[in-house]
Write a protein that binds this ligand. Sequence first.
Ligand SMILES: [Zn+2]
Length: 305
Amino acid sequence: MPELPEVETVVRELRPKLKNKKIKAVRVLMPKMVAMGPATVSNLRKNHESIASTFASTLKNKTITAISRRAKMIIIDLAGRYALLVHLKMTGQLIFLDKKHLDKQIKLLNIANTTALRLPAKSTYVIFEFTDGSKLFYNDYRQFGYLKLVTDKELPQVAELQDYGPEPLDKRFTYKEFEKLLSKRATAPIKSWIMDPNIIAGIGNIYSDEILFFAKVRPTRAVKSLKPKEKMQLYKGVKVVLTNAIGHHGSSVFEFVRPNGDWGTYGHLHKVYGRSGEKCKVCGTIITSLKFSGRTGSFCPKCQK
Ligand SMILES: [Zn+2]
């Protein structure tokens, strides 16, 4: 599942491509992937042809003015007081191809022997065509993601944009703010705490493992057991690990693909995530994994206390 570094990569790479682009047409190939208005998109979505056609006709002739991110939501602002919200959820992909490269073949899955495909692929459900001939494709193997069109007035009512903790890379997210948050859920295991979107936005299974390795703290440690030095290292880990991951365009674990069709390379730098049974890159001890509260945490039993 894409986490903050992957969604931020999508936003940063799409921003120069999409800014000032005018939408010529939108084709919705799977109506349940799109929605209108601020109500929560349920997983029990039905195929609403009429919603899909309103979605497409409202977007027609609109110009994209800005693209940003809040937690894991992509926010595409449109002239005419509309915003298009895109949530990639488990396997959503946004791929942009300019007019000259529409026949580019892209590997949509980061697994061995996968073949490169031309878009639209089987998993392409929404296609945006711009007036300059370029296209934006929304693919989603597992169909958990969505694209939702809201007016600027409806934006504050969107449930999926509320109740998030602070943005960890925001300058305003200081050590003091971080320390205050540690008093919430003090008995929780630190891995669950760090993955709680109400505490800090955008951190999931991959980056919680990597941040805990950076801080030399085991995932099962109770929040309240952390020593002052460990708290400081954890705060540093949040900043350093997420910033490095963005610098490497995220981790292409399974379905994450950059908007240009390339893979993110941070996966090669993972110290513990996905490395259970392999040697620790620092001390050579075998990386262990542990299941707790429905999640698997991987860690080095020697480096992490
Ligand atoms: Zn180690």
